[in-house]
Design a protein. Sequence first.
Length: 353
Amino acid sequence: MRPFTFPGFVPPLRQCGDVLFSLLTHKTPSVAFFRSVWVLLSLLALCALSGCAQLVANQIEQANASVSVTSTTDTTATQAIYCSEAMSDCINYLYRPPTVTPASLQYTVALTADANQHRQKTLHLSADWQGLYRGTVVLIHGQGNNKRSWLPTMAYFNYLGLHTFAPDLIGHGDSQGVRAYGVKDGILIADFIRQQLAGLPRPIIVVGHSIGALAAVKAATHTPSIDALALLAPMRRFDEATIPVARTYSPWLSRFISNATLKAGAELAALRAGVSLRQTDMLLDIPQLTIPILIYGAASDTISNLSMEQSWHQPNILRVLNENETHLSVVMVGEDEHHALARLLNQVAGTNN
């Protein structure tokens, strides 16, 4: 499995961090070590020739997360494609209908990002929860990830009686195009909801993780068809998030690339996609929304804006903090997250009983 690179660093940069760690801890050199030294020297040469900010921007544009989410429950889904006539863009998506069987839901779900990041959750729902709600859920993944990371969570919502859709963001998974960092994605998903989900049960609830939370917020500002949002570890403004990403996933390398360079690289990547940094700050859009919003994750997650309590202080917002979560683990629903989601569902989705 390739090293996890969410959302801004591809394997060569991660390798460089490993090299620096080896140098500082006096590990015995190996062939792989000397190969990584060459990668580091190449990186420094590229910085000298083209500028480190440009190199960081290139890595952000190419980053693909190696995240494996496995579950003991059924995760089969139908794949389809939607092309927007208004935007001339297409997105691939997965669909799963509500579950008729089994009588209860019990699963263990595990997430592996690399050798050092493995999280596991369990969930057991009795038959009382089966088909309890009605409605439709759209799940939006984070930067560098893809729609398949949601398969176990789709099965969770299906058991509760909800239709589920999980699209690939532009330039991710099976969707082509230049990555838009949640901004253009949100407009496209709003169009997808208007055109494709018109005949499906309301409410329509959009769940977004990290940069997918930004796309969810953008979508809600572009269509009244969205009835509620669930924002999981919502991302800070794009350039501000890049710094804790580097510190978290490439800590040694981040000592040698300044915060200013990381932010400049993020701004350049956004600029090349036709996106301003202001557009990536979801907290500027939140005051426009009056629909129910759940935000969930850990305040200690520095990639997320969850710690900015005053910015989330609105009567329509439910802020649930769980310090046992990480930036990635929120894509899996365990007991704690289920109870948080149920509070939103009880408010907007009614019951079929």
